[in-house]
Design a protein. Sequence first.
Length: 381
Amino acid sequence: MKEIEKLNEAFKVFSLASESLQKYYSTLQAEVKRLNNQLQAKNQELKETLEMLRSVMNCIKDALYVLSVDGTVLMKNRVAEELGDLFSPERFTNTELDGQEIVLERGEERRIYLLSVADVRSDKTTTGYVIMLKDITEKRKEEAIRERNKRLIAMGEMMAALVHEMRNPLCSIELYASMLQKELENTELESLSKGALTGVQSLNNILTNMLYFAKPRTPKKERVRVGEFIDEALELLRPVAESRDILVKKKVDESTLEIDSSLIKQVLMNLFLNAVQAMKEGGTLSIRTEIDRRGYLIHIEDTGCGMDEETVERIFDPFFTTRDDGTGLGLSISLKIMQSHQGSINVKSQPGAGTVFTLVFPEELIVGEKERQGGLRYALS
């Protein structure tokens, strides 16, 4: 009997223990379920946070990279993805590089970026890096333009008085040279009179540049056929071109622009003379026009000596010249005239391969552009 009682007592204890374990198991299941729900909620919250972070990063207009401490790229925004292999952020995980400028090139395009590097810390230990690239190309261009304009203003007043003093006697010399050329026409001395007149016209062009430099004027726009003002500028250049055995080729459409023709002719004369001076042994001067998304373009191409990259970057600076007898004002003033027409001048050149200057006029200066969308008619002469 005692053994049976002990066995019953043991069963009771076991039953109580089983019930207790069942309760604990149920409680544990409930806790696991609660924790699992919390984990899912946290994962969803983390996912939404990451999506928000990516959206914020993609709203940033600068290239942004997040790297681990070993240089592995963890995240990057859309601008950074567009840079692709042009930039390797793992090479710049050094905070001493913060604030430096770097240049990235893609084909002929060259962009300048400001580099920002910051380390991510946890308990005074570096756990990663954030790298940002800010495109400052346009800012540098604007700074260069402002600096160039300051130099123009600083020298302007000095030039004005000098030009006025020189132009009065020069007009008399040009008049007498023209009269002398007519007197010597069809004689052996005709070439000498032409040379004298050409020299006077060249000097007059220099003084005209200096006067515009001293006192820029607001363009007085009128409707002018492109071929008309190009022909007038080429006619002034003809004696010089013939004396240097330079062939002039022209492919100009029949467009009409609303411009200040006297100022644009001054631009053309500056570019034509530069081209002639670059072709000391003769060559070809080509002028052609076209319309594209940028507006109306006049291309002026020579087969001269060309320029290196450093020279190209400085040719529009006032008083910069590669010739001993140059003033360094022609291209600077030409750019200023084009900017007064809301246009620009582009240049492509390589040493030994000639130079191409492109005058870019905004589309709104093209008269009747909408009616001419069907195509351009070219007059070859």
